[in-house]
Design a protein around this ligand. Sequence first.
Ligand code: CAA
Length: 260
Amino acid sequence: MQYDNLLVEEKDGILVLTINREKALNALNRQTMLELFQFFSSDDPRSSEVKGVVITGAGSKAFVAGADIKEFLDLDPKTGAEMAKKGQDIFFMIEQFPKPVIAAVNGFALGGGCELAMACHLRVASPSARFGQPEVNLGIIPGYGGTQRLIQYIGKTRAMEYLMTADMFDAQQALDWGLVNYLVPQEELLEKAFSLINKIATKGPVAIQEVIKLVNAHFADPGSGFDKEVEAFGVTAGTEDFREGAAAFIEKRPAHFKGK
Ligand code: CAA
């Protein structure tokens, strides 16, 4: 399949998926989200020849700097909630994918980028990786599962702080707190992801599929936080504050929020 914003390369039975919008720090616009859906729902990564998938970002600065803020300006509560629901569904697809999916985090993993990395089964990071959920800077909330998965990985205390302050944390903190599996030099990032997938490929594929399902099942709580996140994303997407926050980002100035 041909994609505009994804590069797909096969290396020794491993598919490397590069989000390829380097000038926009690989921000996830609608087209990129559609292509992620197309890739994970296609037969290509499910082929018995494929051992697993590595997701990374083009260039040396960013994994993914979030959802594309420049596409946000016309959101209202309904379209905001729809966007969050679609994004969550795509990330659930990745989380439930029956073969290992590893995020190779090579720079900023913010907002939807941190959420994408958290939807993968494992994460390896380079020293330049920076994680965070900066949505409140824009007057919105994470909409692709960030309010739920960040707690799973770093615990309520830290998640509450980082979701409210919008601060970033670095690769060493992410390693210490259990968000990333390995921290390796930038030039060894893909190699480390490959070696993990190659090791997993020596195990029983059905057993691996079941492990993925079961670990995810531990956190499954239908109808809870993920659905509430969709509703709340819609609510915040309909506020004047959000329009001000997104405009301020684009105009490269501080936002002036009014609480409306
Ligand atoms: N959406 C659209 N464009 C983005 C972007 C994003 N999320 N992040 C960066 N860009 C663009 C910038 O607008 C800029 O484009 P121009 O050259 O055309 O001005 C280009 O990428 C380079 O970015 P900066 O000049 O800002 O680079 P920097 O080094 O000064 O800062 C950064 C890097 C700290 C990552 C900064 O770009 C930034 O804060 N980005 C936004 C991060 C963010 O808020 N992400 C959350 C988005 S909302 C979301 O993801 C909601 C959700 O859960 C679904």
